[in-house]
Design a protein around this ligand. Structure first.
Ligand code: PDD
Length: 279
C-alpha cells in the first residue's frame, strides 16, 4: 500500500502533506482527532468514530466542514487511494481551527483544517497478546474534559514516555492518588470478584469505541459489568486486567507496577469474541 494524506479536499503523497506553521493545531492544540482502523480495507466502527469527532468538535465550538457521510466517503476514498483495499490500515484524521496569526481568541475568518492519513496497521500478534503487557501507574494530571478527544496530549505523551522508560507498554492514570481513570491512550478494565470493572463514562475519561464494544461482548458472554472506579486500594483484589483501544484492540495486562497478574480465561474469551467481529 501507499502512505497517503488528504488535506482540505486534496489527496497528496504523505511526504507532501504540509500544514501552515501558524495552524492553531501546532500553536494551541486547538483541534480534535480520531483514529480508525480498517481490517481488509473495511473501516471498523467508523460511524462511531465520526460521531465522536462531531461531539468533540461541538464541545470546543469548532464547526465541522463535512457531514458524517462525507467523512465516511473521504475515509473510503482514502483507503482506495492508498491501495489498501485488501490490507489492514490505520486512518488518522484531525480537525483544527485553521491557520491565522497567533492569538488565543477564535479567529473570525480562518477555515478549519481537516487532514487525514492512511498507513499500514499491524495488530499485535496473538502469541504476544497472550503474554500480556506491563503497565505502570502515573498521576492523572490531565484537564477536566478528558471526554473530548483533543489534540492536547502532553500529559498522555509524558505518561507514555514514563511507561517506556520503565519497560512497560502503558501508564495507568491515577486520579488524586485514589483511583484509576484510564490509560495514556487506552481504557482500563479489571476483573474483581468475577465481575468486570471499568471507570464510568464521565468528563474524566474518553468514551472509547473499543470500551463500548467490550461492554457489548461482556453482555453476550454473560459477564457482569460494574461501571465504577477501580481504586488503588483494590489492586490486590484484581484477578485479571486488560486495556482497550482502536489500535491495541484488547491487550491483557500482566503487571501493574510490581503487582503481577495472570492472563486469564475471561480476558482471552473477550479477545476471541473481538477477533470474530473483525471478519
Ligand atoms: N487512543 N483513552 C484515551 C486517553 C485514548 O487516547 C484512547 C484512544 C482510548 C481508547 O479509545 P478507542 O477505543 O476509541 O480507540 C481511551 C487513540 C487510539 C490514540 O490516541 O492513538
Amino acid at each position: 500500500m501507499r502512505q497517503i494524506a488528504f488535506i482540505n479536499g486534496k489527496f497528496l503523497k504523505w511526504e507532501d502533506a504540509l500544514i501552515h506553521a501558524e495552524d492553531r493545531a501546532s500553536n494551541f492544540g486547538d483541534g480534535v482527532y480520531e483514529v480508525v482502523v480498517a481490517y481488509g480495507g473495511k473501516p471498523f466502527h467508523a460511524e462511531a468514530h465520526i460521531e465522536r469527532l462531531l461531539y468533540s468538535a461541538s464541545q470546543i465550538e469548532l464547526p465541522v466542514p463535512y457531514s458524517p457521510d462525507e467523512i465516511l466517503d473521504i475515509i473510503l476514498q482514502a483507503i482506495r487511494e492508498a491501495e489498501a483495499e485488501d490490507e489492514d490500515s490505520m486512518i488518522y484524521f484531525q480537525l483544527s481551527r485553521g491557520f491565522s496569526p497567533r492569538d488565543h481568541v477564535f479567529p473570525e475568518d480562518a477555515e478549519p483544517t481537516f487532514y487525514l492519513t492512511v498507513k499500514p496497521f499491524h495488530p499485535m500478534p496473538m502469541d504476544e497478546r497472550r503474554r500480556g503487557v506491563k503497565t505502570v501507574t502515573y498521576p492523572d494530571i490531565r484537564w477536566a474534559r478528558c471526554d473530548i478527544k483533543s489534540l492536547n496530549l502532553l500529559p498522555n505523551v509524558m505518561a507514555r514516555e514514563y511507561a517506556k522508560r520503565k519497560g512497560a507498554l502503558e501508564s495507568l492514570f491515577v486520579k488524586d492518588g485514589v483511583k484509576i481513570t484510564e490509560a495514556s491512550s487506552s481504557n482500563f478494565f479489571a476483573f474483581i470478584d468475577g465481575r468486570l470493572w471499568t471507570h464510568p463514562l464521565s468528563n474524566e475519561i474518553l468514551s472509547g469505541i473499543t470500551r463500548g464494544i467490550v461492554l457489548k461482548l461482556s453482555k453476550k458472554l454473560g459477564i457482569e459489568v460494574v461501571e465504577r472506579p477501580i481504586l488503588l486500594s483494590m489492586l490486590e483484589e484484581i484477578e485479571e486486567a486488560f486495556i482497550t483501544s482502536t489500535t491495541k484492540e484488547i491487550i491483557p495486562v500482566s503487571s501493574i507496577d510490581s503487582l503481577r497478574l495472570p492472563v486469564g480465561e475471561k480476558t482471552m474469551s473477550l479477545i476471541e469474541e473481538f477477533q470474530k467481529l473483525k471478519k
